[in-house]
Design a protein around this ligand. Structure first.
Ligand code: ZN
Length: 355
């Protein structure tokens, strides 16, 4: 068992399922421009439970719990099965993945009302304390244009469901640059100017639902060396009490601004890495940042399990901050946001002062 960096360590953003594309067996070359789309629609790509590797990594690096997130063709059903097999180690976030899959395959017509009804039904089971994600559901038709006024109305319907069930909602920020399914899908028909492409639009959402915790997934950094999404994301976190930043893909220096901003601080950072998303770390000796997550088209798809915990924890090791602050980032804030107090062996383990 590895030595834990904090008292109770929770990774709030983990993908415990993996896609087997079997390109070789199918005799085809991977086409990066269509990869994301193929992963979501194709019946030839198999999704499987990858939790044995995740549990191995959790034990090596001292990670107590993970929040299981779906994406692409990963399913709520497999996530629930993983939770059932290890109820002390995992909680699940809900995506209404079966509804989304049917819509992607053209079996039903996607509507925000239909998606929200399914989220409502699944959250009523009490099996998804991880809230709604990854990000706000979006019409799977890539040719569907959006304007913010309309998109905001869709998001409000999702926020109503989160409010009703007392769970957090997630707002996705930042994108890697390599394969399609990443930044390149943002460049069509106004999607780049909706929530998935612009963190600042979260002002409208956070202000309209101050009682719903909003987690800005990746906290502005899911990949690439550019910090273009960081300050807009920090502005949202500083301006709204109910907004938190996931920070697991930050290199060490990126922690400085949010940690020293009096309206952000360690209380609003939560550790979430994207473990299982298979985005490798790029290496540029001597440059800043020297290492960062991003997809790499020249390299091709990683077959190995990219080590997220190891890199991310080494970045945190560089911070000279009080351990009580680090404990909030690594688990204390997540315990409160996801209401996991009963999972803790003791109370009063996280920073708290008499009024
Ligand atoms: Zn993710």
């Amino acid at each position: 068992m590895g030595i834990a960096r904090g008292r109770f360590v929770i990774d709030t953003h983990v993908h415990a399922q993996r896609h087997a594309a079997k390109f070789k067996a199918r005799g085809i070359k991977p086409d990066y421009s269509r990869l994301g789309e193929e992963m979501m629609r194709s019946k030839d790509i198999v999704v499987y439970d990858n939790s044995p590797r995740l549990l191995y990594d959790m034990d090596r690096y001292g990670v107590d719990m993970c929040v299981l997130v779906s994406a692409f063709a990963m399913t709520d059903e497999i996530n629930l099965e993983i939770v059932r097999n290890n109820p002390d180690r995992f909680i699940a976030q809900v995506g209404a993945t079966e509804y989304m899959l049917q819509a992607r395959r053209g079996e039903i017509e996607w509507t925000i009302e239909g998606h929200c009804a399914e989220l409502d039904r699944l959250l009523a089971t009490g099996m998804f304390p991880g809230g709604i994600g990854e990000g706000f559901p979006l019409n799977p038709d890539p040719k569907r244009p959006y304007v913010w006024e309309e998109r905001f109305q869709e998001i409000c319907q999702v926020m109503e469901v989160a409010k009703k069930h007392g769970v957090p909602a997630t707002y996705h920020t930042g994108m890697p640059t390599g394969y399609a399914g990443s930044k390149r899908v943002m460049g069509v028909l106004g999607r780049a100017v909706t929530d998935w492409g612009n963190p600042l639009l979260c002002h409208d959402v956070a202000a309209a639902y101050p009682e719903v915790p909003i987690i800005m997934q990746h906290g502005g950094m899911q990949g690439w060396w550019s910090e273009m999404y960081m300050e807009p994301t920090f502005e949202i976190a500083a301006a709204h009490r109910n907004v938190y930043l996931e920070c697991g893909m930050y290199w060490a220096e990126l922690y400085e601004k949010p940690l020293t901003d009096p309206n952000i601080g360690a209380e609003k950072l939560i550790w979430g890495t994207d473990w299982g998303a298979s985005i490798p770390v790029q290496y540029r000796p001597g440059l800043y940042p020297q290492t960062y997550f991003d997809q790499n088209r020249k390299q091709g798809l990683p077959i190995h399990q990219v080590d997220y915990f190891g890199w991310s924890l080494r970045q945190l090791d560089k911070l000279d901050i009080p351990q009580d602050d680090l404990n909030l980032i690594l688990g204390g804030n997540a315990v409160r946001i996801f209401k996991l107090e009963d999972r803790m062996p003791h109370s009063r383990m996280f920073k708290e002062y008499a009024e």
